[in-house]
Design a protein around this ligand. Structure first.
Ligand code: ATP
Ligand code: MG
Length: 320
């Protein structure tokens, strides 16, 4: 099969900024094996972005990491599993476009591919959320395999998502199968988060550089162990991302050092700085990388994507 022509994609500001952030390696689509990207495997890598602590940067990380991965040619699906729907809003998906949502998928009223909505970022799709998800826990209480609802739905999903009417140019991107699924979780260790952990290969934990960061983390790690024992033995810690790092604040530095001492290599070298452009972007319905690809926050998320791809490549090599 012919390789897609990426000239237009590589000339976009987002691609140029990514090249600057990660060095001289030219972004290439996931279908090639050279350059920055890990080779595609025959199933997407499913990562759950979770931390029961509120406002630590889960959604911001899901949106911007997803965008950065898509910018280097990965095919990404974000599943918004938070009733707040911040990932859906932050990616510009209005209420009218959420006719089928993650809630319908979980209760078994719809197939997940029918809930998929494309975003403004080529190669990045989302399963949006609605407030209905607030009721999902109660509704699923007496349903069999209630912790496996998302996992079962994903297992039935065709690898390309839903077939739809698209232009030829768009088809070159969207006809490739998903390589990454990022599940954005609510700030709670409830049944929604448990569904995400049961469906996932690994967990990515955004950790805000603040005083109580480590306290919440030990509870989260205990939950991961419990899910591993009882529901999903393959669940691993993919990594910890330090977010909202403020270099003028001594505490940020102290927390970062503490977390690295406790968790070593699991902590990404890339640190996401506190950056006002990141917090402005969602109100425009855009990822920060689209809103202002030059800001420090966008550059950090692009670096994080590059580091993550390298980490994923090492994981795949050692599993082979
Ligand atoms: N690096 C950053 N710099 C500045 N503001 C940020 C940064 N990361 C996130 N924010 C802002 O902090 C707030 C919380 O971030 P976000 O919504 O990503 O956290 P969350 O963990 O998903 O929250 P919740 O637990 O409510 O789902 C948002 O207003 C977001 O715009
Ligand atoms: Mg959130």
């Amino acid at each position: 099969m012919d390789q897609p022509d990426n000239t237009a994609r590589d000339n976009r500001p987002i691609d140029k900024a990514l090249s600057a952030a990660v060095g001289n390696e030219t972004p290439r689509p996931a279908s090639t094996t050279s350059g920055l990207l890990a080779p595609s495997t025959d199933r997407p890598r499913i990562l759950v972005v979770a931390n029961q602590k509120g406002g630590v940067g889960k959604t911001t990380t899901a949106i911007n990491l997803g965008t950065a991965l898509a910018a280097v040619g990965e095919r990404v699906l974000i599943v918004d599993l938070d009733p707040q729907g911040n990932a859906s809003t932050g990616l510009g998906i209005g209420r009218a476009e959420r006719k089928v949502s993650a809630y319908d998928v979980l209760i078994g009223a719809a197939l997940i591919e029918d809930a998929v909505v494309p975003t403004q970022v080529p190669g990045l799709d989302i399963v949006p959320s609605t407030m209905d998800l607030l009721g999902a826990e109660l509704e699923l209480a007496s349903v069999p395999r209630r912790s496996h609802r998302l996992r079962d739905a994903l297992a039935r999903m065709p690898r390309h998502g839903k077939k739809r009417e698209i232009s030829e140019a768009e088809a070159q991107i969207t006809m490739r199968p998903y390589s990454y699924l990022l599940i954005d979780c609510p700030p709670s260790l409830n049944l929604l988060t448990i569904n995400a952990m049961t469906a996932a290969d690994a967990i990515l934990v955004p950790l805000q550089c603040e005083f109580f960061a480590l306290e919440g983390l030990s509870q989260l790690l205990r939950t991961v162990e419990r899910v591993k024992t009882s529901l999903n033995p393959r669940l691993e810690i993919q990594g910890i991302v330090l977010t909202m790092f403020d270099q003028r604040n001594k505490l940020s530095d102290q927390v970062a050092t503490d977390v690295r001492t406790h968790l070593g290599d699991k902590v990404y070298r890339t640190v996401i700085p506190r950056n006002v452009r990141i917090s402005e972007a969602p109100s425009y319905g855009k990822p920060a990388l689209v809103y202002d690809h030059r800001c420090a926050g966008s550059k950090a998320y692009m670096k994080l994507a590059a580091e993550m791809i390298q980490r994923e490549r090492a994981i795949r090599r050692s599993a082979a």
